[in-house]
Design a binder for this molecule. Structure first.
Ligand code: IPE
Ligand code: IPE
Ligand code: MG
Length: 230
């Protein structure tokens, strides 16, 4: 099993359009896939699962869609709490969380606090997340530390930098899954994905289930990871 799986959950809008439904119906169904996949990871002993739920660029979408997504997010977190507790899942979040509406932030913080002692999979929600922004923030924070004398710039190395990212306490993802066939990173975990194995599936996120994740893991297990060596 990969230790850390990251997923770019894409294709909710297309799933809804194919059915003549509003985009939000696709997001609702997508939330169900998050539940399924999280449960599977807990069952299989995957330590970390990071899901890209909302990018900073997604704020460019119509206000009606972003509002609906934020409501869905808040409800999802509240509804999932018993399931998270039952499966011993620890919830965490990365991204520009201060961009989220207060209701969402509160629900998120509550779930993070309540699940903090859980010992199965850590589910990390990437919310208002941007890989570039995260790297920039790390750089800014290190500059401030250097200016105040807490950090010797000469001692800055990859490990010190890595720890400053919002993912600093997690290992880099071993496997990245992107649904709906798109072959791009869309500003996700730019530092962390340096040597991650990539699996792209045509399946739209609301149709993605346990079997699909298992297929991605099987393919991952056939890969030879060289990390630049021979
Ligand atoms: C992914 O589905 C969910 C979010 C980005 C919030 P999309 O909403 O991007 O679905 P498509 O790409 O339009 O089908
Ligand atoms: C990536 O999907 C972001 C999330 C899944 C949250 P998008 O649908 O926003 O990506 P692009 O616009 O196709 O690159
Ligand atoms: Mg999309």
């Amino acid at each position: 099993m990969p230790r850390h799986i990251a997923i770019i959950m894409d294709g909710n809008g297309r799933w809804a359009r194919e059915r003549g439904l509003a985009r939000i119906a696709g997001h609702q169904q997508g939330a169900a896939s998050v539940r399924t996949v999280t449960r599977a990871c807990a069952e299989w002993g995957v330590e970390f699962l990071t899901v890209y739920a909302f990018s900073t660029e997604n704020w460019k979408r119509p206000r009606s869609e972003t509002d609906a997504l934020m409501v869905l997010l808040e409800h999802f977190i509240e509804q999932e709490l018993p399931e998270l507790m039952r499966n011993q899942i620890r919830l965490r979040a990365i991204g520009r969380l201060e961009d989220l509406p207060l209701g969402c932030r509160n629900a998120l913080q509550r779930a993070i606090d309540l699940t903090a002692g859980n010992t199965s999979t850590t589910l990390i929600l990437a919310l208002s997340y941007s890989g570039r922004s995260d790297i920039l923030r790390a750089a800014q924070s290190l500059c401030l530390k250097a200016r105040s004398g807490q950090l010797d710039p000469e001692s800055l190395d990859e490990e010190v930098f890595r720890q400053e990212l919002s993912t600093g306490e997690y290992p880099d993802p071993d496997l990245l899954v992107r649904t709906s066939g798109e072959m791009r990173l869309s500003n996700f975990l730019l530092w962390e994905l340096s040597y991650t194995e990539i699996h792209v599936t045509q399946k739209l996120w609301p149709d993605f289930g346990k079997e699909d994740l298992l297929e991605a893991v099987r393919e991952f297990n056939k890969r030879e990871r060289r990390f630049g060596a021979v």
